[in-house]
Design a protein around this ligand. Sequence first.
Ligand code: FAD
Length: 374
Amino acid sequence: MEKINIAIVGGGLAGLVSAIHLKKSGLDVTLFEKDAYPNHKVCGEYLSKEILPYLKLLGVDLMDLKPTKIDKLTFSNSSGKTVNTMLPLGGIGVSRYALDHFLFKKALEIGVNIIKTQVNNIQFIKDEFEITTGNNEEVHAKIVLGAFGKRSLLDKKLKRDFISQKSEWLAVKSHYKLDEFPDDLVMLHNFRGGYCGLSKTESGAINVCYLASFKSFKNYKEPTLFKKEVLSKNPHLKMFFEKAVPLFEKELSIAQISFGQKTVIQEHILMLGDAAGLIHPLSGNGMAMAIHSAKIASECVLEHTTKQSFSRELMEKQYQKEWESHFKNRLRTGWILQKILLSPVFSEISQLLISIFPFLLPRIISKTHGKPVE
Ligand SMILES: Cc1cc2nc3c(=O)[nH]c(=O)nc-3n(C[C@H](O)[C@H](O)[C@H](O)COP(=O)(O)OP(=O)(O)OC[C@H]3O[C@@H](n4cnc5c(N)ncnc54)[C@H](O)[C@@H]3O)c2cc1C
């Protein structure tokens, strides 16, 4: 049976960044990822700038990917009425295909041990973890970071409460080509039962990603019809779909997206990124939060491994405290924002307020974002 020091389960943004942080700090890290790189992921692909300084300190300069620089937002309600605003901090447009692959290559380059396998179970026994992989191998680890995203078979194995609750959201994503689409703009268009984000990525492709309630989707059964009958009721989306050329043979979709409360620590596993809590995508801040949580967790792990007095219990308490101070309010604001913008009545009122007091929108947006992380 193999014995390792630190295991990271899940090689998305949170997992890869914590692996890079810990390895750069001199620790031995093994990361388990079930999928091969590169691959497309359902995501709005707008990354808030707040985490760029931190990544640069780790030797990861995302500007190498030549992302688009985005500092404008156009928001429309389902009838197409728009509000335009500047984004307080702004962000970059980068595909998950390029971003995750870039981080994966960095991690490999500095010697992170990356194992391509699914983790089927994690148990905490006698102050260490027993990890069972897809090949039915057992690995023992002193510390486990759970970076397995919004929904994984491990959530069931770990008996996490949110997994038994109904989750009514699904999301669909695809890339399109439309030359006239501006580089510096993210569009957020409402439709009945959801909203759709559009922004340009590093390849010039426009990422189109929408979140819809299952209730609104279920009568249409497949995305093409839903796009035609529901999304295209918003004139901006209608015009986009008429002009733009799809670049994917088939759209990617995921279902059962849960915004329910999650535990930040479970069975002594420090949860990172979406595994600790998913912010409503409308805020465009989930990726930055995943990366920021990787930083906080890595710092706690480092203190635990270098200071004898900083026990496992103290490490867990510290991580929980820091996670809550950085993210709890943001998740709540994202939740309120989503409620308002998806309610036809509230959305009309808020749109009217925003058009009278245009400074309100950037203020609301900045409430879902953090300060630059260094
Ligand atoms: C519709 C939608 C749009 C969004 N748009 C944006 C946006 O524009 N901007 C933004 O900042 N955020 C956005 N987000 C949020 C963002 O995508 C997530 O917050 C971010 O991907 C979280 O990263 P992560 O590393 O926690 O999880 P992920 O990136 O999902 O990585 C988890 C990894 O774990 C692996 N894994 C899972 N289970 C196992 C297992 N058992 N064994 C091994 N590996 C496993 C998976 O294969 C995956 O690679 C959006 C989310 C949704 C749903």
